[in-house]
Design a protein around this ligand. Structure first.
Ligand code: NAD
Length: 419
């Protein structure tokens, strides 16, 4: 097993290229179309100085990748994390293209990242990093070109600062340049919950056919931020039993089910690890628990060839982007685990980002109920089309999802005369 681990390629950029190859071969896509799709159209690397609170100046580095804009402007989040790399941002931008394709949104994929640890920055420093990065990429983003959004460790407030910087640079109020903003500056109702809500809709569709009831279903969630924490709340409201959760500091397990409001309170005031009566577990142990549904909702490459055979969940709903490597996918498939792939399971976020952008362009805003209903329709339709195609070609849901997207992007590239 050790040998396989050493050989396994964990570079997300090469992983997504492999995923494209698999689906493209089944579709017999022409090689020139595949070549276009296997790399981003544009990647910008920037560095920018930021004045720190102690008077020193620190230079930060960041990236913005725009994968393919055949279908429409590129779209995708900005991540603030110490481990951000250009290859990671490129891969994430490609996953965004395919995610938009699965839901049928008129976007291509984009993604950005800044190498930093926001936990080590004061509020003022975080604002200056956010504004500095937007200034550095302002020439290539815009409501009709490339529209960022939140991702790991970036928040609605950060989106608000970035929108403000962009609007000042352009001399015009431009809410459509970024989504995931606070409601006061053109955010959409329902956006904050959208990724988790969309993920829950896909889980409900996946369970439908099995006849399983939420109350009989146990769930473990890795990552307790926007995606993981809200998924825990929504699933609890539907009667699911959340038995384990974790964040970057570790996890907790309670077989009878965790009291999710209590976990939230601890997350806000101290740490989830203070939960009374729970067993402390590591992030690795959480992935191997005997649960029905596993929701990775943190970072990529957590389910690999090294641990996939120890995963005991029956369903995996990938709220995170890229949590499962291709080698792990093969092992899970062999074991009969159903993986609801990231480009489907977490597409709710970009779907409501799209609704936010549409509302910004119309200057007309919808109720939360309207947003949630439209999201449900989009997610259920996306799940059903992926499941049908996967059934038809006898492939897993990930390959089915890629096939749908690749066909949509290929059609747009043909219509534009690129191929
Ligand atoms: P977030 O910053 O709100 O939360 C991240 C969570 O992960 C935090 O609880 C953090 O403690 C935890 N974490 C960090 N490192 C960890 C580690 N090594 N092990 C376990 N937990 C760890 O981020 P988010 O927006 O919830 O994003 C989580 C995942 O969901 C990412 O893969 C992101 O790309 C994906 N995603 C997010 C959105 C969105 O709208 N926010 C949309 C689609 C996909």
């Amino acid at each position: 097993m050790q040998k396989t681990v050493e050989k396994e390629n964990l570079n997300p950029y090469e992983i997504v290229q492999k995923q494209i190859d698999t689906a493209a071969a089944l579709l017999r896509l022409p090689s020139h179309a595949v070549e276009i799709l296997k790399r981003p159209k544009r990647v910008l690397a920037v560095s920018f100085p930021v004045k720190m609170d102690d008077g020193s100046v620190r230079v930060f580095e960041g990236f913005r990748s725009q994968h393919n804009d055949a279908v429409g402007p590129t779209k995708g989040g900005i991540r603030f994390h110490p481990d951000v790399t250009m290859d990671e941002v490129k891969a994430l931008s490609m996953w965004m293209s395919f995610k938009c394709g699965v839901v049928g949104l008129p976007y291509g994929g984009g993604k950005g990242g800044v190498i930093c640890d926001p936990h080590e920055l004061s509020a003022g420093e975080l604002e200056r990093v956010s504004r500095g990065f937007m200034e550095a990429i302002a020439d290539i983003v815009g409501p009709d070109t490339d529209i960022p959004a939140p991702d790991v460790y970036t928040t609605p407030q950060i989106m608000g600062w970035m929108m403000d910087t962009y609007s000042r640079l352009k001399g015009a109020y431009s809410p459509g340049v970024i989504t995931g903003k606070p409601l006061a500056v053109g955010g959409s109702k329902g956006r904050n919950e959208a990724t988790a809500r969309g993920c829950v809709f896909t889980i409900l569709e996946a369970l439908k056919d099995s006849g399983r009831k939420p109350a009989e279903t146990t769930v473990a969630i890795q990552g307790y931020g926007n995606a993981g924490r809200i998924a825990a709340r929504l699933l609890t409201e539907l009667g699911f039993r959340i038995v384990a959760v974790s964040d970057s500091r570790g996890g907790i397990y309670h077989g009878a089910g965790l009291n999710i409001p209590k976990v939230g309170q601890l997350k806000d005031t101290s740490t989830i690890l203070d939960y009374p009566g729970a067993t402390a577990i590591s992030n690795e142990q959480l992935l191997e628990l005997e649960v029905d549904i596993l929701i990775p909702a943190a970072l990529e490459n957590v389910i690999t060839a090294a641990n996939a055979d120890r995963v005991r969940a029956k369903w995996i709903a990938e709220a995170a982007n890229g949590p499962t490597t291709p080698d792990a996918d093969a092992i899970l498939r062999e074991k009969g685990v159903v993986v609801i792939p990231d480009i489907l399971a977490n597409a709710g976020g970009v779907t409501v980002s799209y609704f936010e952008w549409v509302q910004n362009l119309m200057h007309y805003y919808w109720s939360e109920q309207e947003v949630n209903e439209k999201l449900q329709t989009a997610m259920v339709n996306a799940y059903r089309s992926v499941a049908e195609l996967a059934e038809k070609y006898k492939v897993d849901l990930r390959t089915g999802a890629y096939m749908i997207s690749l066909l949509r992007i290929k059609e747009a590239m043909e219509a534009r005369g690129w191929i």
